[in-house]
Design a protein around this ligand. Structure first.
Ligand code: GMT
Length: 379
């Protein structure tokens, strides 16, 4: 099939999922066209099955806000016509489903029917999408999608509770390529980061408020009082400067390493002993899954879809949002004993294998087949 994928090209989870999905589909013989404003960060290899089409938004002084949706929908129309695309898969409802709907309508004027699959990722629903300023447009574009998928059961329920949705929402979870991790690094370069007796605790995110970055720092601050440890903070975002200040205030700046955005997540997770994800809300928690496949147990909040990924007492522990004492004491339980840590590490890997790409990508293919075949009855 020829599939157009619209996503955010940044380090955010939805862009990562869309990119990895596109690469996996190309490996299974599909022709994939990414349409976005920048080459997606994880899309390193352009093959003869993968194409990237950049959306340009010309600057015009009259506009206070440059109309990205307009440029995206025009680009979709041109690309779909030129490459005879069979279907459109948009990741993140805002504004992609909206622009996708406009493109569909423009194409229908020319007798071309392209089904649209919309995948809901989380903040497009839980944070941004439900804002009254966006809600009618988001509801409309979800309802106009031919198939809607969500990355967790929790996000599906949240969407049905928040919006007036007419059709079904299918849950297709985030996934991970377990094969990629089956040969573990022999040299994790752990010694660059910590001494032998120190445990390494890691957090990876885009440092937005929803990630509760101060909780990460405070949890670690309690851990390091009991166990020699280092904290590795990976990512960039609005909460980073405050986090650095908090480390100074707590007197732990020498134990916390801020690495910024990284394309070497697997190497970092390779030497990590524990992953912290105390988010306020999290539709799935792809970062936790990436940790787990790298044998890193997870201490997380029990928000949103995280319990569907991190299994209590098996791959890690879950606490109520903001309960940093509980999270710290559970982290210490895992970290203080070598054999306990080893057990959690192996369990984390086993739990992550539930989401292997080989199991999940065919679910998207089934959806594509169904949407594609429905075009005859819908026109
Ligand atoms: O978590 C983020 O801030 C990035 C965000 C995104 O939309 O790119 O991630 C969301 O989508 C991921 C992929 O489906 C999920 O694994 C994340 O849990 C979800 N983030 C939130 O719900 C906060």
């Amino acid at each position: 099939m020829k599939i157009a994928i619209v996503c955010y090209p940044t380090f955010g989870g939805s862009g990562v999922v869309a990119t990895e999905l596109g690469i996996a589909l190309a490996n299974r013989g599909h022709e994939i066209h990414f349409i976005t404003y920048k080459q997606p960060v994880r899309l390193e290899l352009l093959s003869n099955k993968i194409f990237f089409h950049e959306v340009h938004v010309p600057e015009y002084p009259l506009f206070h806000y440059q109309p990205y949706e307009l440029a995206l929908s025009s680009k979709l129309v041109d690309t779909i016509k030129l490459h005879k695309i069979d279907l459109l898969h948009v990741h993140y409802a805002i504004p992609h489903a909206y622009a996708g709907y406009m493109a569909k309508k423009m194409l229908e004027e020319e007798g071309i029917y392209v089904p649209m699959i919309t995948t809901l990722h989380g903040t497009d629903i839980t944070l941004v999408g439900k804002h009254p300023f966006y809600k009618p447009a988001v509801t409309f574009s979800i309802n106009q999608s031919d198939v809607v998928t969500s990355v967790s059961e929790s996000l599906k329920q949240g969407t049905l509770e928040t919006f007036d949705i007419h059709g079904d929402i299918e849950v297709i979870p985030n996934f991970i390529d377990a094969k990629k991790y089956s040969t573990s690094f022999t040299d994790c370069q752990r010694s660059n980061m910590a001494t032998e007796e120190e445990r390494i605790v890691t957090h990876i995110s885009n440092f937005r408020k929803v990630k509760r970055i101060p909780d990460v720092i405070k949890i670690f601050s309690k851990i390091q009082l009991e166990i020699p440890a280092k904290l590795i903070m990976v990512g960039e975002g609005p909460e980073k400067a405050g986090a650095e200040r908090l480390c100074d205030e707590l007197g732990i700046a020498d134990k916390v390493i801020f690495l910024g955005n990284s394309n070497e997540i697997d190497k970092i997770l390779c030497f990590s002993d524990l992953f912290l994800l105390p988010s306020q809300s999290e539709s799935f928690g792809l970062a936790a899954l990436e940790a787990m496949i790298n044998k890193v147990p997870v201490i997380s909040s029990n928000a949103g879809g995280i319990p569907e990924v991190n299994t209590e007492g098996v791959s890690g522990f879950l606490s109520d949002v903001g309960d940093i004492n509980d999270m710290a004491s559970k982290a210490i339980t895992i970290l203080k004993n070598d054999s306990v840590l080893e057990r959690f590490k192996l369990n984390a890997l086993k739990e992550a294998q539930r989401f292997d790409i080989q199991k999940v990508v065919p679910l998207y293919e089934e959806v594509y087949e169904r949407a594609y075949n429905s075009r005859f009855k819908d026109v």
